[in-house]
Design a protein around this ligand. Structure first.
Ligand code: AMP
Ligand code: TRP
Length: 328
């Protein structure tokens, strides 16, 4: 059976981008594959070296995962820092990771611009830690959004390089996985780019009805088309993408038709969009609150996941040590 793995950094609540970019695919795959889903708390130290309350952030995100429908009986859900073997594999991968290639990663270059006072080695070697996460369980498929393509390419490269250097066919090259024919990019409401926590434009699964409505009503629009069937500018296309994601096809077609006939009223569209986003989030929100209040259950899930993940990771590390020539 093929293995599927994905992870998210606990640096904030889950938003629609996380859900439709990564979590949804995972929820669908968990029944048919050997699945690992983890919380990348070590990775969050690359940007937040002294986290406020990392245990609490991990707990929140765990509750949110579970509320989305990840089933701890089917999938192995664990916290990265519970599996120390990942750190050892990261060390080995770093010995064969080169400065030039790490410096060329776009997300690293972005961080150099956005946080010039904290360009640490962890940030530089982010792709080798991510590769270790993935190949330690020999994952075949990794559900991630478009923004992770380059990290995925690095993971394949590090897996291939390990095999080459030590003359083995040991690690599998992991592939990105998308539910549709292309990677999903959930747009923000601010007219350009993607939805994200650092972009400050996200709708969170935990947001209540009022908050959702406020955020959607504030979305950037324009004065409307003047020619029938004209191409949509980015801000408008983004709203339609969100409709496509959360609303019914009829709703989408209705507003699309209105747009094409130059009769669109953005206020109506936004009201409908807010309603549909709320209808989607509301049951998840209720479950998040329920699950988060059950500390014992959460502890049990994390404990069970850690044990299963450690077993799989320890087996890989025994073999890796042997391949390199250490005592296994
Ligand atoms: P992040 O919140 O940036 O740590 O991302 C966690 C996961 O969600 C990764 O697999 C991302 O690719 C995915 N993701 C985050 N934002 C979006 C978005 N706007 N569209 C699609 N996928 C996303
Ligand atoms: N880099 C991912 C992100 O920012 C999180 C992540 C860390 C991850 N390790 C992973 C995702 C392994 C998939 C597989 O979203």
């Amino acid at each position: 059976m093929e293995t599927v793995l994905s992870g998210i950094r606990p640096t904030g609540n889950l938003h629609l981008g996380n859900y439709f970019g990564a979590v949804q695919a995972f929820v669908k795959l968990q029944h048919a594959y050997n699945c690992f889903f983890f919380i990348a708390d070590w990775h969050s130290l690359t940007t937040h070296p002294k986290p406020d309350n990392i245990r609490n952030s991990v707990k929140i995100i765990l509750a949110e995962y579970l509320a989305c429908g990840i089933d701890p009986e089917k999938a192995t859900i664990y916290v990265q820092s519970d599996v120390r073997e990942v750190a050892e594999l990261y060390l080995y991968l770093n010995m064969n990771a080169y400065l030039g290639e790490l410096e060329r990663v776009t997300s690293f270059k972005d961080k150099v611009r956005s946080q010039p006072d904290n360009i640490n080695a962890g940030l530089l070697t982010y792709p080798s830690l991510m590769a270790a996460d993935i190949i330690i369980h020999k994952a075949h498929k990794v559900p991630v959004g478009k923004d992770q393509e380059q990290n995925m390419e690095m993971a394949r490269r590090f897996a291939r390089r390990f095999n080459m250097i030590y003359g083995v066919e040991y690690f599998t090259e992991p592939q990105s996985f998308h539910l549709t024919d292309k990677a999903m990019k959930v747009p923000g409401l601010d007219g350009s780019g993607k939805m994200g926590k650092s972009e400050g434009n996200a709708i969170y699964l935990i947001d209540d009805e009022k908050t959702i409505k406020k955020k959607v009503m504030k979305a950037v629009t324009d004065s409307g088309p003047t020619e029938p069937n004209s191409e949509k500018p980015e801000a408008i296309a983004n709203l339609f993408t969100l409709l496509e994601i959360v609303s019914s096809k009829d709703t989408y077609d209705y507003f699309n038709e209105k747009y094409n006939q130059c009769e669109i009223r953005y206020g109506d569209l936004k009201k409908q969009l807010a309603e549909d986003i709320n209808a989607f989030c509301s049951p998840i929100r209720k479950r998040i609150i329920e699950i988060a209040s059950d500390e014992d259950y959460m502890k049990k899930v994390a404990g069970l996941g850690a044990a299963k993940a450690r077993e799989s990771a320890a087996k890989t590390l025994r073999e890796v040590r042997e391949i390199i020539g250490f005592r296994s």
